[in-house]
Design a protein around this ligand. Structure first.
Ligand code: GRF
Length: 203
């Protein structure tokens, strides 16, 4: 599995994925490239420190489609077959989603479908939720929508602020994202191991 990771900021999930690929926890995989739409994303330094190729592709007055077309071209050039969004702060255009059908996944800091969009941890606190968490899901053309792969619950504690809750959710995000990709890699190896057509019994 060749993985491409898209980031906009800190890149702690990206670093967790690169490390899990490197130490073999995610088997049979390689992180081919990390692409950021922000030149000052701290994650770029983390990726480079791990020896992963990095690319900056800023939006710069182009349409969403033009910007996405360049990102898709860079991913395709490297033979990427799984795109992981890790704190990538842009909604993908339909043509991006269609270029990688069922091959784009995202991590979101809530138990989707609850609290999609920005500031999910603040939303959970303001709604008085007793639990929130994180979700890894397939990406479709809607925001924080698409089939759920794995979720992990995190309790909302009395006195939690968006910062304290975010920190506890983030601790769970890294492991959940790794587990979700392991699950996809396992499904992938299963389907290639099994013959597509039933094998005729030997007479
Ligand atoms: C994480 O909370 C993730 O769930 C959300 O954006 C944040 C990214 O953090 N989509 P990081 O850049 O991976 O540290």
């Amino acid at each position: 599995m060749k993985i491409g990771i898209l980031i906009s900021g800190r890149g702690s999930n990206m670093a967790a994925l690169v490390d899990a690929v490197r130490n073999g926890e995610i088997p049979d995989s390689e992180v081919a490239v990390v692409i950021s739409d922000k030149p000052d994303a701290a994650g770029l330094v983390k990726a480079a420190a791990r020896g992963v190729e990095t690319i900056v592709n800023e939006r710069r007055g182009r349409t969403r489609q033009e910007h996405d077309a360049e990102t898709v071209a860079e991913l395709k050039k490297r033979g990427v077959d799984l795109v992981c969004l890790a704190g990538y702060m842009r909604l993908l255009s339909p043509s991006f989603v269609q270029a990688f059908p069922n091959k784009i996944i995202n991590i979101h800091p809530s138990l989707l479908p609850a609290f999609p969009g920005l500031d999910a941890q603040r939303q959970a606190i303001e709604a008085g939720a007793q639990a929130s968490g994180c979700t890894v899901h397939f990406v479709d053309e809607l925001l924080d929508h698409g089939e759920i792969i794995l979720q992990k619950e995190v309790a909302v504690l009395d006195g939690d602020t968006p910062e304290t809750l975010s920190a506890r959710i983030l601790e769970q995000e890294h492991g959940l994202y790794v587990a979700a990709i392991k699950k996809l890699v396992a499904q992938c190896s299963d389907s290639t191991a099994k013959p597509r057509m039933p094998v005729a019994p030997q007479l």
